[in-house]
Design a protein around this ligand. Structure first.
Ligand SMILES: C[S@@+](CC[C@H](N)C(=O)[O-])C[C@H]1O[C@@H](n2cnc3c(N)ncnc32)[C@H](O)[C@@H]1O
Length: 233
């Protein structure tokens, strides 16, 4: 296991970079808008939140928590006040609180639950297997360790998935057949997924798992991304 301070460095413009996977978490210039386009809009969350009862999101690759904070911002603005959001994240290399602050500080003012999240995240211990924290009407549960093992023990069902591993070439474990094979068991009928990856093989594999998959417009100059809806039998 790597020391926590060796997991991440920052490029000159402040973009967080993984030393483990040699890939960026997101671009400092566009991360906020890209994550919103791919994961929030790709799962049609603003519309769905307005009429949501309880809602569950599963994220493969929690990282800095940017996707989580963006989701929470929309949830608090749009969802009925008595509805509860369950956010389940998987992360093998949890960052320190300081690394997260450094990665997200540019958007701090646009993420209303930032301080609450940081305060609660500060109690996470790397040796934990599961970390829980509550922010208003949202419960966050993080499973720490390799998702390929921890996903097998999961019994929740997602309304939406965020597939946000590093690029498949650099991080194949996050796009493994083992993980994809768990998705039908862990997805509600009509549940959705979104990912920045436009890979054709991923589209095909998710089709085989029962998703109606669509190639959608990618963020900015990226031509495409994948998203889809689960069709139960
Ligand atoms: C692109 S980053 C995720 C960015 C994140 N969603 C955010 O909002 O900041 C990919 C994440 O997947 C994690 N990861 C890679 N392989 C993993 C595995 N086998 N199990 C769990 N997490 C893994 C990495 O440590 C990294 O935090």
């Amino acid at each position: 296991m790597r020391d926590i301070q060796d997991i991440i460095t920052w490029q000159e413009d402040g973009t967080p970079f993984s030393e483990v996977f040699s890939d960026i978490y997101f671009s400092k210039a566009q991360g906020f808008d890209e994550k919103s386009h791919v994961f929030i809009n790709g799962n049609n969350l603003p519309e769905r939140f307005k009429t949501a009862g309880n809602f569950t999101i599963i994220e493969a690759g929690f990282g800095t928590g940017l996707n989580f904070l963006l989701t929470l911002k929309h949830w608090q603005e749009l969802a009925p006040k008595d509805a509860v959001l369950k956010y389940i994240g998987f992360e093998q290399y949890p960052m320190s609180q300081i690394q997260i602050i450094k990665s997200l500080e540019k958007w701090r003012g646009e993420l209303p639950q930032f301080d609450q999240f940081i305060e609660c995240y500060s109690t996470l211990k790397v040796a934990d297997k599961v970390f829980n924290c509550n922010i208003n009407n949202c419960s966050l549960r993080l499973h720490l360790g390799d998702i390929n093992s921890s996903i097998l023990l999961l019994n929740d069902q997602a309304d939406a998935w965020f597939l946000d591993g590093f690029s498949p070439a650099k991080n194949p474990q996050m796009w493994s057949d083992k993980l994809l094979a768990q998705m039908p068991r862990l997805t509600k009928a009509g549940g959705s997924f979104a990912t920045y990856s436009a890979a054709g093989w991923l589209r095909e594999k998710l089709r085989q798992q029962g998703f109606l998959v669509q190639k959608a417009k990618g963020f900015a100059n990226k031509k495409a991304m994948n998203k889809g809806v689960f069709q139960s039998e």
